[in-house]
Design a protein around this ligand. Structure first.
Ligand SMILES: *Cc1c(COP(=O)(O)O)cnc(C)c1O
Length: 464
């Protein structure tokens, strides 16, 4: 399998290893497969009854191609999902008649980002081992991504990981999920500033890496690495084959921020999985909803909501969907993205917009909708949704019903991680899982540093 850039007008293509280690092409675009593998109905039926890890191998294999030997890939998958606390990895919970919740929060940090970052850390480690060099993963976090990345990299021999978080501006649980990992390759810094300051420091270090010794480079953790999308395609297949496989169409409702998770569902559909609709569930930050409703993709004020992991102004993976919709026309994408860069607004060709719209529905949930959905669902089913997952259920409930089509709503986080929403919905928080209770008494390790680029560079050099 070869990969191309969404802004690559020079017809260059790349191997999986290049895409993995680089994360983002120099032209500012995103890597995507040149051609997607197709799964026939027979092939999809053959996945029925397989364990999660076996399905993961079948889905991921065509994307990594010859770059990773089968035995190695199987071991990486096994180790990644061996850290999950449920034997199904991604269990389907029946919520209402014909409505299921796909629980994606059984990983070490209790949110779905573990699916991608567990595998990404191990793939990077293997790739670096092959090339005989080291790298430093550098990232900024406002809460969830940092801990998932640390959990994914803590066992890597060829990687150090540095995560910057804004001092006193992440919750105690979120901080402890990062700072209680005492592995010698994990380095947490609390920056005396806000999340934007952290992000800016990371960006400056990544842009000019000349301060580092030759054989070492920085890898962005919040870059839009293709390997993260690849790992997320798996659970769409896993859920579908349990509910009718190749014969029955399914609706997936997906809480969306950066359009990563739902884009993985779109890829699953393009690979042949019968998905009748992908439901884009946004919170008050509704740029995607406005696009699907009115062909209006425009930057607006950022709101803080009860579902903070979806609080974004622009969706970085959206460019990948446009590239596909425009039949891989990189010049057109370059033009559109530069239009967006200059005017903070983007409108696409009407015929293409109408075509994309067939695959998606979209809804936006205010905080009050989130609370109402959490409360109503709990009263009717005794099942506690987290506020992100609630946007997905809210969207399904707002849809014209499709009585015979199974509906699956992705549960992206464990409710215990977002206690404020539980309070606001006037519900009672459940007993935290064992791992979370232990967090509160574990030793922490982190340093508080000023928001100073030269100082940070010096710290990074001491790790090389
Ligand atoms: C990151 C995240 C999302 C949004 O996922 P995208 O891939 O950015 O669309 C939703 N819910 C939770 C809990 C998250 O951490």
């Amino acid at each position: 399998m070869r990969y191309i850039s969404t802004r690559g007008t020079d017809s260059a293509d790349y191997s999986f290893m290049e895409v993995l280690l680089k994360g983002m092409p120099e032209d500012g675009g995103l890597y995507v497969p040149k051609e997607l593998p197709r799964f026939s109905p027979e092939k999809i039926s053959s996945l029925k009854g397989l364990a999660y890890n076996d399905i993961a191998f079948e889905i991921i294999k065509p994307f990594t191609g010859d770059c990773i030997p089968d035995e190695v890939l199987k071991e990486i998958i096994g180790n990644s999902y061996g850290t999950f606390d449920h034997s199904c990895v991604a269990p389907l919970y029946p919520l209402y008649s014909n409505v299921w919740v796909l629980e994606l929060f059984h990983g070490p940090t209790l949110a779905f980002k573990d699916f991608a970052l567990q595998i990404l850390g191990r793939l990077l480690d293997y790739a670096l081992e092959q090339e005989g060099r080291r790298a430093i993963v550098l990232g900024a976090t406002s809460g969830d991504t940092g801990s998932a990345a640390i959990e994914g990299c803590r066992h890597s021999k060829n990687l150090d990981i540095i995560i910057l978080h804004p001092h006193k501006r992440v919750s105690e649980i979120q901080r402890r999920q990062m700072t209680t990992v005492l592995a010698s390759n994990v380095h947490n810094f609390a920056i005396d500033g806000n999340f934007d300051d952290c992000q800016e420091l990371v960006k400056q270090c990544l842009i000019d890496q000349s301060f580092l010794p030759k054989n070492i480079n920085l890898v962005a953790v919040n870059s839009i690495n293709w390997a993260r999308i690849m790992a997320q395609i798996v659970y769409y297949f896993y859920a579908s084959v349990q509910l009718g496989g190749s014969e029955r169409e399914i609706v997936f409702s997906v809480p969306t921020g950066n359009f990563g998770d739902i884009y993985a569902g779109y890829i699953a559909k393009r690979m042949g999985l019968p998905i009748s609709k992908l439901v884009v569930a946004t919170n008050k930050n509704d740029i995607l909803h406005r696009f699907f409703q009115n062909n209006d993709y425009s930057r607006k004020t950022l709101y803080q909501t009860l579902s903070p992991s979806m609080d974004i102004m622009v969706s970085s993976n959206f460019e990948r969907l446009l590239f596909d919709a425009y039949q891989q026309d990189a010049s057109a994408i370059k033009e559109l993205m530069s239009q967006f860069h200059d005017s903070n607004k983007l409108t696409i060709k009407k015929s293409i917009w109408l075509e994309i719209k067939q695959y998606f529905s979209s809804y936006s949930a205010q905080d009050s909708d989130i609370c109402d959905t959490m409360k109503k669902t709990y009263n009717e089913t005794s099942y506690l949704l987290d506020p992100h997952t609630a946007t997905g259920i809210h969207a399904l409930k707002s849809m014209d019903s499709l009585p015979l089509t199974p509906q699956v709503s992705l549960a992206t986080a464990h409710p215990i991680k977002f206690q404020q929403a539980i309070v606001d919905a006037q519900l009672t928080a459940p007993k935290p899982p064992q791992s979370m209770r232990e967090l509160l008494t574990k030793q922490e390790k982190y340093n508080i540093i000023p928001k100073n680029l030269d100082n940070l560079k010096k710290i990074i050099i001491t790790l090389t």
